[in-house]
Design a binder for this molecule. Structure first.
Ligand code: GTP
Ligand code: MG
Length: 469
């Protein structure tokens, strides 16, 4: 979305392309009455569905359907909105869209000017952008619309719905209000240093700050879970040839996706599949077995495997229980582990997984998970472990579908609040630094909902301060 504020009237087919029982053409702009008159041949009662013919320039019906007029400001965009619900065929809807553009350009019989000057086809997301610019929804809600439409799991859809209805924004507002209150106290103390009463102590500023940090931590946790639901993590299966990596991918996905064979060095290309575990998307990649090879194609496969490993959020290091005791087996694994440690940041977990339990039931794994890709034993435990590695914790109140950008902004709020706390605990001369950290914390919060205007904050502070006095 671009944030240039344009007020041209816009029109678009609002429903998915393809065949459907119903399709919707939506127009948003100021003063749609002349256009409605031309298209519908009558005026429409606000927010009432009227069955009628949509007319072409000669007054002939293009299609019949429902027309609804949502006059400003009680519409999705906050502008006048006209919705035409026609039959859902690509051609019908394109005809109707073209008719809207044509009718907008026609001269109005009363004024002699175009009925709706400047009507154009909307850019992607432009209806939501207007809703945001006109204050109908905030930025987090606008993003939730896109996330709801894109949601690939029920859990993701449900949490996007929660964000869209403003649950996430309300929590951000609660934090913001508490922050404003604290800033008010600090600014008051700064402005009136000669005051006898120490506002900060009397109002328990330190206690308020601690409470704010606790509230923030709760919001952060729910937002992190939401970002996880939306974005998932990338899990790479790595290990020596023939360990059963492709078999494990197939077992996790429940489908024969990757070629399995007894020939070491079978997999060359990376085979990826997204699996859902309790609604969390995990993007799992099966890779070529890691070894020195003189085969040119296999070398490329191994290079690709390392490329995948470098971008992993978690690695499953697969071992073969049936070969664990063979000479050189441990050495080859140790060599791979050195490579993993070298390529991966310390924050990326590497989980040891021992495969082929069915063929070596007596063998003991030193550590990690023991399973059989063949029989399915241990796969469920692995799935649970993967979820834990992803950082998933079910939150009883439900999560909001947040984005990485929200999580990052909340992280900045946390940093500024921590600095504020250290200034508050220190000597009085650090008060302006304290005030500055609180201001920065609020800016970071405002980024989430898209509300800027730190300057009006002074107005808020001042008015509250006066009333409070
Ligand atoms: N008994 C038993 N055999 C298994 C198991 N998992 C895989 N295998 C066998 O091990 C052999 C190798 O399996 P793959 O899944 O192709 O192994 P890979 O690690 O992908 O091998 P490369 O692609 O060559 O690196 C095949 O013959 C599989 O049938 C298991 O759990 N138990
Ligand atoms: Mg393979």
């Amino acid at each position: 979305m671009t944030f240039a504020r344009t007020t041209d009237p816009i029109v678009a087919v609002a429903t998915a392309s393809g065949r459907g029982a119903v399709g919707i053409v939506r127009v948003s702009g100021a003063r749609l009455a002349p256009l409605i008159e031309a298209l519908c041949g009558r005026t429409l009662k606000p927010r009432e569905a009227t069955y009628l013919a949509f007319r072409d320039a000669a007054g002939e019906p293009v299609d019949h359907g429902l027309a609804i007029h949502f006059p400003s400001p009680h519409s999705f965009t906050g502008e006048d909105v006209l919705e035409l619900q026609a039959h859902g065929g690509t051609v019908v809807l394109q005809l109707l869209l073209a008719r809207c553009l044509e009718a907008a350009a026609e001269a109005d019989p009363v004024t002699g000017r175009p009925r709706l000057a400047g009507l154009r086809v909307a850019e992607p997301g432009e209806f939501s952008q207007r809703a945001f610019l006109n204050g109908k929804i905030d930025l987090a809600q606008a993003e939730a619309i896109a996330d709801l439409i894109d949601a690939s799991t029920e859990a993701a859809a449900r949490s996007a719905g929660r964000s869209l209805s403003g649950a996430f924004s309300r929590e951000i507002h609660t934090l913001r209000d508490a922050l404003i209150h604290l800033r008010m106290l600090v600014e008051a103390t700064l402005d009136f240093p000669e005051e006898e009463i120490d506002f900060l102590q009397k109002a328990d500023a330190a206690g308020q700050l601690v409470k704010l940090q606790t509230q923030l931590a709760a919001v952060q946790q729910r937002a992190k879970q939401g970002a996880l639901l939306r974005e998932g993590i990338k899990v790479v299966i790595a290990g020596q040839p023939n360990a059963g990596k492709s078999s494990l991918l197939n077992a996790l996905a429940g489908a024969e996706l990757a070629i399995v064979s007894a020939v070491p060095g079978t997999t060359r290309d990376v085979v990826s599949q997204t699996i859902q575990i309790h609604g969390v998307p995990l993007h799992v990649a099966d890779t070529a077995g890691l070894r020195e090879s003189s085969d040119e194609v296999e070398q490329i496969g191994v290079a690709r495997a390392w490329g995948q490993i470098e971008s992993a959020d978690a690695v499953l290091f697969l071992h073969d229980l049936t070969r664990a005791g063979l000479p050189d087996y441990a050495a080859a694994d140790a060599e791979i582990l050195r490579g993993l440690r070298q390529k991966l940041p310390a924050s990326v977990p590497v989980l040891d997984v021992w495969n082929k339990q069915d063929a070596a039931p007596a063998a003991n794994a030193a550590q990690g998970i023991v399973l059989s890709a063949k029989t399915g034993l241990g796969i469920e435990a692995l799935r649970e472990q993967l979820l834990a590695m992803a950082g998933w914790q079910a939150v009883p109140e439900g999560v909001y579908l947040a984005r990485a950008r929200h999580v990052q902004a909340l992280g900045r709020v946390e940093t500024h609040l921590a600095l504020a706390a250290s200034h508050l605990a220190a000597q009085a001369q650090l008060l302006d630094l304290l005030a500055e950290e609180l201001r920065l914390a609020q800016n970071a919060l405002n980024e989430i909902t898209g509300e800027f205007g730190a300057d009006d904050l002074l107005g808020v502070i001042f008015s509250r301060f006066c009333i409070g006095k």
